[in-house]
Design a protein. Structure first.
Length: 529
């Protein structure tokens, strides 16, 4: 029989992705009574580490590199004591990312700018000098960016007006409107250097020629050389484990296997949720939910027609990932040498800029590029806890269209093994020892599998919403939803990868918590100081 949970909570949280858990943890720390409801048997959304291939091999199912969260006060100031008390520890590889070309040459970006310039200079001394100037410029604008990433976004009008008041702001405005390719070719000349920078930025799931995406390149070197990219010791999901310990210590309750199907509203205010089995769980203060904008009207009745229409027409990213996970007897040996192969993220790319760019054109037509765009992660090189002694994990992260040319997304189930083998065969062009005898087990996840894994990953977009200028900052995902609220509905809040500051591991739930605290009269600054 349907019933109402005897204990009423202050905050009901729907979904347990890292953004939702972060927001929930701040609220629980403030004294709010919090319950987190998760439909899966596990917590974490896109930040999950599991043994999916063979016992003892820990694989990050989606996110692995924790880049932008390193600048978040959540980590910088340890605001929730995740580092000092709840077991989170980051490992920071010196080599952040590399480009390994199909002629076995390479470029490596390190946390250290001098070593990075040395790597670039081996191919193009002029570009090494340009990279140092570009990085200095990027670092000058970095404080402006980081000050806006982890708080609710400014509306576009005031934001643009502020930028227009200084020369650096005007340069940033221009970068926001350019494509990455526009910007990189203004600064650099050697095609391998250009490919190297384009490949790293392409991890954001936008092609190099997409207008309105240049900001990702403009700020990238500033971030890389100021905030080292990290991986949690034990796996990406250790961040979630630490958040759960923090929540539990502050009296929160977490329930897995609980599928919420409706947000209950009364008098224009969210007052609770209903689960698939008919249970009603009420909230005194607020409901916080990870609901993709495309799905809002499934969970909420009576929404304004314009809000729903604009939410339905947000654009996902330009392509989606396909992922291959391997358990290996021994780590891969790269023809290019140990140093580029030991980078946190090793990009595998053609040496021809034209071939590289044409690969992204393929996605528009539902085609698989002849030279797949892949990144390899051998996390066990940096974190021995990821695999049994002497063994190795391998993740191949490849770019693919969500809709295939012949048969659409539904064809992925039929072509899954074929495409997985295609990725493996191409990877063997770069390594010498990935024969059948070295492979203990493997698993392939297609873009369709990724969509099925989470309602937040519509069309396989693990970033929730494309990072285009018209879906940036105070317009992400739409102008109406950008402040984490839904017009016409009080005490209901959104969080997730599709909200500001963006997809990936940003720790954006902090900004949602700030908004909720403001509405509830909680002093957020006192909470974290």
């Amino acid at each position: 029989m349907p019933g109402i949970l005897d204990q009423q909570f202050d905050i009901v949280v729907v979904g347990s992705g890292h953004n939702a858990l972060i927001a929930a943890a701040y609220l629980a720390k403030s004294g709010q009574r919090v319950i987190v409801l998760e439909r899966n048997a596990w917590y974490g959304g896109g930040v999950v580490t599991r043994e999916i291939v063979a016992p003892g091999f820990k694989h990050d199912i989606h996110s692995s590199a924790h880049v932008y969260i390193q600048a978040n006060p959540l980590i910088q100031n340890d605001e929730l004591q995740l580092l000092s008390k709840f077991g989170l520890r980051y490992i920071y590889p010196e080599a952040v990312f590399s480009s390994i070309f199909d002629d076995h040459s390479s470029i490596v970006t390190y946390t250290d700018i001098d070593r990075t310039c040395e790597s670039i200079a081996a191919i193009s001394p002029r570009d090494a000098e340009a990279y140092r100037r570009f990085t200095n410029m990027s670092q000058r604008v970095l404080p402006l960016l980081t000050s806006s990433l982890f708080v609710p976004p400014a509306p576009h009008g005031p934001f643009w007006a502020l930028l227009d008041q200084s020369a650096e702001g005007q340069d940033l405005m221009r970068a926001l409107q350019l494509s990455v390719y526009d910007l990189v070719t203004e600064w650099f000349e050697h095609e391998k250097v250009i490919i190297h920078l384009l490949k790293f930025v392409s991890e954001g799931l936008v092609g190099p020629d997409e207008k309105g995406t240049g900001i990702t390149l403009y700020t990238m070197p500033g971030f890389v050389h100021t905030y080292p990219s990290g991986m949690p010791e034990g796996g990406s999901g250790v961040l979630v484990d630490a958040l759960i310990r923090c929540l539990s210590a502050n009296g929160a309750e977490l329930r897995s296997g609980t599928d919420v199907v409706k947000v209950i509203t009364e008098g224009g205010r969210a007052v609770g949720v209903e689960t698939a089995d008919g249970e009603v769980i009420r909230s005194r203060s607020a409901v916080l939910a990870t609901i993709h904008p495309w799905l809002l009207d499934r969970y909420l009745d009576g929404l304004d027609a314009r809000v729903v229409a604009n939410a339905k027409r947000i654009h996902p990213s330009s392509y989606a990932p396909a992922v291959a996970h391997f358990a290996l007897h021994a780590p891969p040996n790269y023809f290019a040498g140990d140093i580029p192969g030991q980078a946190f993220l090793a990009g595998l790319v053609p040496a021809s800029l034209e071939t590289f760019r044409r690969g992204f054109d393929s996605f528009r037509y539902g085609e698989i590029p002849q030279h797949p765009m892949m990144t390899a992660l051998v996390n066990s090189r940096h974190d021995p806890t990821r695999a049994p002694a002497g063994k190795a994990t391998l993740c191949l992260w490849g770019f693919m269209p969500f809709e295939l040319k012949d048969g659409g997304a539904a064809r992925w189930d039929e072509r899954k093994e074929e495409i997985g083998d295609f990725m493996l065969d191409n990877y063997r062009r770069y390594v010498s020892n990935l024969n059948a005898e070295n492979i203990i087990g493997r698993r392939y996840d297609t873009p369709l599998d990724i969509e099925r894994s989470s309602p937040s990953f519509q069309r396989g977009d693990v970033h929730g919403t494309g990072p285009f200028l018209y879906q940036f900052g105070g317009h992400r995902p739409t102008p109406e939803l950008a402040q984490y609220t839904v017009p016409g509905l009080e005490r209901f809040y959104l969080t997730g990868c599709f909200m500001h500051p963006g997809g990936g591991v940003f720790g954006g739930g902090r900004a949602t918590a700030i908004k909720i605290c403001e509405d509830l009269g909680i002093d957020f600054d006192a909470l974290v100081n």
